[in-house]
Design a protein. Structure first.
Ligand code: FAD
Ligand code: AMP
Length: 478
């Protein structure tokens, strides 16, 4: 029988390690269990996000963006970059070193906060019995007053195109290519497909994205999605909508993909294919039937708004539960649960989860779209600022995109902010704070923004809600 803890956390991804650290900060004896080992058998905390998700993808997105700028944009601003060359091995080495620093950082944080860490696979049985199995001995039974399940997610696989880890890979494989594919097929034009497609396209691949749906980025503001599609196409991404992949065949190191579109059955040949059709919760090998934990029809652990499962003392957070499959959403849930275990009463505000796509231009939004509001019958006003009118945008060659502020027609309260443009991933934080504080568009308009900055775009869009933006031609006097 293992030691007894106040809290045992399964999973050291962003949701799990935040829960564990906050629980330990609050004085609860805490154990964090994870099964992610490196080639030497050493535990790699950080989950998908640090190891094969947010961080490595951003390392490659940033590197490939700089390469592309050096190649084709520097000359306009008077920088002659002779013989710019790409070194994929070094790019991958840089990516691995960033990942290693961060996973080691999480290990140190867990240790310095007094969290006990255990490597192994956890299974939850009857009466909150948690069993951890590993290669290094017999299974250990953990006793814990409270259990936080944070097992995350894994890529969805499709029968039509099964992963072989050579020619057909998932997002993990696509982050590790050691050479630039000549012709790269990506199944799914969602966030992950677009980010990975951008990386390899900038580095020289001919990229084709096959997307089953007719709509492009249906969750985004439609004006933003339209602008994004235009920009991606301009960059050379061949995005085919209404193209459902139905089969694949490996022929002499190439993959022939069959897909159906409005014109019938089509085929395309690629030397590499990435299956990026979404992620599913990693719950199948975690829960014994006797655990009493219920899953929904898609395999997500059923929880209430405070991440409480149906079993008292058992909570679930992160990608394995309903809501956006994003690291920061899981982090906030992890912290909320730790604090609620300690008797505090925080809530996660699911209305202000920022969504970001780290392509160039970046796309970011928070809150509702115009379509959402029209569907629910809420009257609203919208103000739009085009980044083409931004002084800082012009100075830094970043004039693509727009900022849109949507406010309630009666109360003027901000209901959504949508952006496409450089640094949108950073700028959206201002909108999240405004919404979290219940700001009106007028409040943002009355706030002083540093000049010249891209963030003035948010200021102007908020002013535009009531028609008095300074840098947009207005027809009416208000
Ligand atoms: P995970 O990070 O998946 O961690 C779960 C952990 O639990 C893993 O370490 C796993 O080993 C462990 N585990 C599971 N089951 C068990 C078990 N039974 N016993 C022991 N351990 C177990 N999100 C963003 O917010 N921003 C981004 O830019 C972003 N980019 C992404 C790019 C890619 C390519 C991918 C694939 C994902 C990206 N995401 C991004 C999504 C993000 O990675 C996830 O939302 C986030 O990692 C979820 O955190 P989590 O803690 O719930 O789960
Ligand atoms: P996301 O969920 O944002 O990661 O996006 C995944 C995308 O993959 C969605 O837009 C799906 O419509 C798309 N998708 C799923 N299955 C297929 C398929 N067989 N062929 C093409 N696209 C698909």
């Amino acid at each position: 029988m293992g030691e007894k803890y106040d809290v045992a956390v399964v999973g050291a991804g962003p949701a799990g390690y935040h829960a564990a650290i906050r629980a330990a900060q609050l004085g609860l004896s805490t154990l964090c269990i994870d099964q992610w080992l490196d080639d030497q058998g050493v535990l790699q905390p950080g989950g998908t996000c640090l190891n094969v998700g947010c961080i490595p993808s951003k390392a490659l997105l940033d590197a490939s963006h700089k390469y592309q700028q050096a190649q084709s944009e520097f000359s306009t601003i008077g920088i002659k970059a002779k013989s710019v060359a790409m070194d994929i091995a070094q790019m991958q080495k840089h990516k691995r070193s960033v990942v290693a620093s961060l996973t080691q950082g999480v290990s140190s944080l867990l240790k310095s906060n007094g969290v006990a860490v255990m490597a192994g696979h956890a299974t939850l049985g009857a009466d909150k019995q948690l069993t951890v199995s590993s290669d290094s001995g017999s299974p250990v039974v953990i006793q814990a007053e409270n259990i936080i399940l944070a097992p995350g997610s894994r890529p969805i696989e499709i029968d039509a195109c099964q992963r072989d880890d050579q020619c057909i890979v998932d997002s993990t494989g696509a982050l590790a290519f050691d050479e630039v594919p000549r012709r790269l097929g990506i199944i799914g034009a969602g966030v992950i497909g677009l980010e990975l497609g951008s990386v390899w396209s900038r580095l020289g691949s001919e990229v084709v994205l096959l997307e089953a749906m007719d709509a492009f980025l249906p969750g985004a503001d439609s004006q933003v999605a339209k602008e994004a599609l235009k920009q991606y196409k301009r960059q050379g991404l061949d995005i085919r909508l209404g193209a459902k992949v139905v089969g694949s065949q490996n022929e002499d190191g190439e993959v022939v993909i069959s897909y159906e579109d409005a014109e019938g059955l089509q085929t395309e040949t690629f030397d590499r294919v990435v299956v990026a059709v979404g992620r599913r919760p990693q719950t199948t090998d975690l829960l014994e039937d006797a655990s009493g934990i219920s899953l929904d029809e898609r395999g997500f652990i059923k929880v209430d708004e405070h991440c409480q499962t149906g079993i008292p003392g058992v909570f679930a957070v992160g990608d394995a539960v309903r809501g956006a499959m994003l690291a920061h959403k899981g982090m906030e849930e992890g912290v909320m649960v730790a604090e609620r275990i300690k008797g505090k009463k925080p809530q996660v505000n699911y209305d202000t989860v920022p969504m970001v796509i780290y392509t160039h231009p970046e796309i970011a939004w928070v809150g509702k779209t115009e379509d959402d509001l029209s569907k629910e019958g809420t009257e609203f006003k919208a103000g739009v600022f085009p980044m083409a009118a931004s002084g800082r945008g012009m100075a830094s060659q970043e004039t693509v995109g727009l900022v849109k502020v949507i406010a309630d027609a009666v109360s003027d309260r901000v209901l959504g902010v949508h952006m496409i443009g450089a640094h949108a991933s950073e700028l959206i934080a201002e909108a999240v704070i405004a919404m979290e504080f219940g700001a009106s568009a007028e409040d943002i308009g009355l706030t002083m923004f540093a000049h010249p900055t891209l963030s003035e775009g948010l200021h102007e869009a908020a002013l535009a809600v009531s028609g008095h933006a300074i840098h947009i031609a207005n027809r009416k006097r208000r």
